[in-house]
Structures are given as structure tokens and as C-alpha cells.
Ligand binder design. Structure first.
Ligand code: SAM
Length: 276
């Protein structure tokens, strides 16, 4: 079949399960043809070839069963880089880029700064900060499998990497003091898990989502520990769940809430705390 026909057929098939069927079809087709999305436009009237067509059909079948595009292509754009992803890690979300922007703004180009990214998953947040500032970086996660993926991304972005990896339940195995600590912790509540972790989200690791009964419990544990691991005038930057900012009225010992950043939909998404 011609490339154009394959794209059109897949778009029709994916309409039922995806809000972006054409985009999904084009990304998967580009992957099957070994090109990028712009590359397929130049091949629109060419025959795809039986190997590429078969591969593309298998991709579309996986997508039709709700598997996210990023797990099929094993890549996801985040901030200024493309990260390797698979079912061992959460797929990086655009709203987490606010953490990177806030950290980069605070650090400028301070190459001596020590940054800790806990709950690192693919490493996208910490590695993006390191790319932009040249800081020293520690990545930690409770999941050994997630750290395997973070190591792949660190090796790709920094071939002579000095990044430190720590498998740790929150701060249990962390030592030292950091200029900035970042986290995108699991923050879905029990109710959210039932309501949202269906279809595409059920492909992602459950421990990347569940933050406790209200969703805020994991963040609360992090807030309690964070001052001990921050240098004087250090900052803690964390992502919040949909209703996470309602929990921020409370005073946190050793920390002052400096700002809350809204995401593209106007939701309070990122909280910046300063050590006091
Ligand atoms: C929402 S994901 C964020 C991943 C990545 N930082 C990102 O933004 O794409 C949360 C991560 O927290 C990790 N995690 C869950 N509970 C943890 C704990 N108690 N200690 C450390 N990491 C934990 C999960 O393995 C998962 O990788």
C-alpha cells in the first residue's frame, strides 16, 4: 500500500480510541519507515514496502489496544531532548517541564550546584536541568527498573556521565545536602486511581501514580524530610496533583512556600519552597 493510504486507514481505525488519531498514525508510520514525521510527507505517494507495512500494522494494533504511542516508539520529547521510555517508567508529561524551568531560573549556570531529583522515573526532570545548567546530579527512585531507564537516558545525554543513581524509598538512602531538590511524586488519590487509571494510563507503572488516600501523602512525607537535605537557601520544587494546592495552607517546618506555578490549563501545578 502507499504511505498515504496507510496513514488514512490507520487514522480511521484509531479515531475510536485516540483524540489525536492522525498524529498517532503519522508518528507510528514514521517509526515504521525509519524516518521522522516530516520525512513521511515526502514519501506520501511511495509504496511503503511489505516489511514497513507489516511493522506499521503491528504498531497500529498495539495503539488500538490503548498502548501509548511513546511506549510503541520508545521515545518521548521532554523540554529540549528526546528520552527513551518503556513500561518501566511514567511517560514524561509537558506540565513537568515547569519544574525544570523553575530550577534552571534559580540555578542560572551554576555548574557547582548539586541537584537531587527524587522519584526520577526516566530521569527527564533532573537530566533536563543538568543539560541546561551543567549542575551535578543525583537521580533516585524506589524502582530499580525505573533507575535502569534513567541510566539509559543519562548515558545517551552525557556519555561521560558523573550522574549518581540511588535506589531509595524517598530519602531513606539519600545522604548529603543539595542546592535544589526536585520531585514529581505519585499524587493520585484512591478515587483518582479508580477514575483515571484506565485505558492508556493502565500501561504505566502503578507506583508512579498512587500517592495515598488523598493523593498528598507521599508529597507530605517528602516535605517533612526535605529541609534536612537542603543547603542553606536551597529550594524544593515539586509537582502537585489536580487539587494538590489545597494542602499547602499548612506550615512546613524549615520551609517557606515561595510560589505556585499554574500549568497550561490554569491548574496550580508546581510549588516552589525555599529553605528557611
Ligand atoms: C509520577 S512518576 C514521575 C517520574 C518522572 N520524574 C517524570 O516526571 O516523568 C513518580 C515516580 O516516583 C517513584 N516512586 C514511587 N514511590 C516512591 C518512593 N516511595 N520513593 C521513591 N520513588 C518513588 C515511581 O517509581 C515513579 O518513577
Amino acid at each position: 500500500m502507499k504511505v498515504r493510504e496507510l496513514a488514512g486507514d490507520a487514522e480511521k481505525r484509531l479515531k475510536e480510541i485516540s483524540e489525536t488519531p492522525r498524529l498517532d498514525a503519522e508518528i507510528l508510520l514514521a517509526k515504521a519507515l525509519g524516518t521522522d514525521r516530516f520525512g513521511i510527507f515526502t514519501k506520501y505517494n511511495d509504496e511503503a514496502g511489505s516489511g514497513a507495512e507489516e511493522l506499521f500494522m503491528s504498531f497500529v494494533a498495539r495503539r488500538a489496544s490503548f498502548e501509548p504511542v511513546a511506549y510503541i516508539t520508545n521515545e518521548k520529547e521532554f523540554f529540549e531532548d528526546t528520552f527513551f521510555v518503556d513500561g518501566r517508567v511514567l511517560i514524561p508529561r509537558p506540565e513537568s517541564e515547569f519544574i525544570v524551568e523553575a530550577a534552571v531560573g534559580l540555578l542560572k549556570n551554576s555548574t557547582q550546584a548539586e541537584v537531587l531529583d527524587i522519584c526520577c522515573g526516566s530521569g527527564c526532570i533532573g537530566l533536563s536541568i543538568k543539560r541546561a545548567t551543567g549542575c551535578r546530579l543525583t537521580l533516585s527512585d524506589i524502582s530499580e527498573k525505573a533507575l535502569e531507564v534513567a541510566k539509559i537516558n543519562a548515558a545517551r545525554l552525557f556519555p561521560a556521565s558523573d550522574t549518581v543513581f540511588v535506589q531509595s524509598d524517598l530519602f531513606s538512602k539519600i545522604s548529603g545536602k543539595f542546592s535544589i531538590i526536585t520531585a514529581n511524586p505519585p499524587y493520585l488519590s484512591e478515587r483518582d486511581m479508580d477514575d483515571f487509571v484506565v485505558k492508556e494510563l493502565r500501561f504505566e507503572p502503578e507506583n508512579a501514580f498512587f500517592g495515598g488516600k488523598t493523593g498528598f501523602e507521599t508529597t507530605e512525607k517528602i516535605l517533612a524530610c526535605v529541609p534536612e537535605f537542603l543547603k542553606p537557601n536551597g529550594y524544593f520544587i515539586t509537582e502537585l496533583g489536580f487539587e494538590g494546592s489545597q494542602f499547602l495552607d499548612k506550615k512546613w517546618s524549615g520551609l517557606e512556600l515561595e510560589s505556585i506555578i499554574k500549568d497550561y490549563s490554569g491548574t496550580d501545578r508546581t510549588a516552589v519552597f525555599r529553605k528557611v
